[in-house]
Design a protein around this ligand. Structure first.
Ligand SMILES: Nc1ncnc2c1ncn2[C@@H]1O[C@H](COP(=O)(O)OP(=O)(O)OP(=O)(O)O)[C@@H](O)[C@H]1O
Ligand SMILES: [Mg+2]
Length: 228
C-alpha cells in the first residue's frame, strides 16, 4: 500500500478535554494499517523536554516551539505524528502550522463547567481553590483556534466520532488513502473539500458554537502575582 507521507495532527484543548484519549484512538488505528506513528503527549514529554521551564506564558510558548520542532522532524520522515498538548496560544500554533506544513489542527472542545465536573485529575478543584496558580482556562486564558481543520466536542461526541472527524480531514487532505480508511473503518469514505483558509481564518463549520477569542473561567481569581 502506498504511503502518502507523514503529517501532524495537533490536538489542542483545555486540561482534561480528551486530547490523549483521541490521540491514542487515532494512533492505534493508523498502526493497524502499518503506518509509523508517534504520540507526542505533553504529559510524557514534560520530564525530559522542559523540566527546567516555569509555568509562565513565555515558557509555555517555548514548550510549544519545542514540541513543534520534534513534530516537524517526525513529519518530514513520514511519521504520523499526534500531538496532545494544551497549547493555549494561537501565535505558537500558527508558527508550528507554518513550520510543519502537513498540519491538522484539532480543537478538542469541552465547556469549562463540564471539565470542572469531569476533573479526572483533581486539578480543577485545586485551581479553583487557588492551590494551583496560573491555571489555563481558570486564571490564565486559553485561546481557542478560530480555523481548526477539525473540532471535536468531547462533551457530546464519543471518541469514535472524534476519530471519524480526524480521519475524514486526513482523507480530505490526502494524508491517508481511501484503502487505508476502508481497513480502519470498514467503510469506503469519500474525500470532501476542506474549507479554504485565508490568513489563518476559515469559515466556521456548520453547527459550530460561537467562539470567543480567549477562554478563562469567570471564576478567575488570580492567586498571587499576575504573570505575562
Ligand atoms: N469524547 C469523550 N467523551 C467523554 N469523555 C471523554 C472523551 N474524551 C475523553 N474523555 C474523558 O475525559 C477525561 C480526560 O481525558 P484525557 O486524559 O484524554 O484528556 P486530556 O485532554 O489529555 O487531559 P490533559 O490535558 O490532562 O492531558 C478522561 O476521563 C476521559 O475518559
Ligand atoms: Mg492528556
Amino acid at each position: 500500500m502506498a504511503n502518502p507521507g507523514g503529517f501532524t495532527v495537533w490536538l489542542t484543548g483545555m486540561l482534561g478535554a480528551g486530547k490523549t484519549t483521541l490521540a491514542e484512538y487515532v494512533a492505534a488505528r493508523l498502526r493497524q494499517v502499518g503506518r509509523n506513528v508517534e504520540i507526542l503527549d505533553e504529559e510524557t514529554l514534560a520530564p525530559v523536554m522542559w523540566k527546567e521551564l516555569a509555568d509562565t506564558k513565555e515558557d509555555r510558548l517555548t514548550i510549544g516551539r519545542r514540541i513543534g520542532f520534534v513534530a516537524d522532524v517526525l513529519t518530514r520522515n513520514d511519521v504520523c505524528t499526534l500531538v496532545a498538548a494544551v497549547s493555549p496560544y494561537k501565535s505558537v500554533r500558527e508558527e508550528n502550522r507554518r513550520l510543519i506544513g502537513r498540519y491538522v489542527e484539532t480543537y478538542v472542545d469541552c465547556p469549562t463547567e463540564k471539565l470542572i465536573q469531569r476533573d479526572s485529575t483533581g486539578k480543577y478543584k485545586k485551581a479553583l481553590s487557588g492551590e494551583i496558580p496560573n491555571f489555563i482556562g481558570i486564571t490564565e486564558p486559553y485561546e481557542p483556534p478560530n480555523a481548526p481543520e477539525v473540532t471535536v466536542h468531547s462533551d457530546t461526541e464519543p471518541v469514535e466520532e472524534g476519530g471519524r472527524k480526524v480521519f475524514q480531514a486526513l482523507l480530505n487532505l490526502g494524508y491517508v488513502t481511501v484503502d487505508e480508511l476502508k481497513t480502519i473503518t470498514g467503510k469506503r469514505m469519500k474525500a470532501e473539500p476542506m474549507p479554504r483558509r485565508r490568513a489563518g481564518k476559515a469559515p466556521p463549520a456548520r453547527g459550530a458554537r460561537p467562539r470567543p477569542a480567549t477562554r478563562a473561567a469567570r471564576i478567575a481569581k488570580p492567586a498571587g502575582k499576575k504573570r505575562r
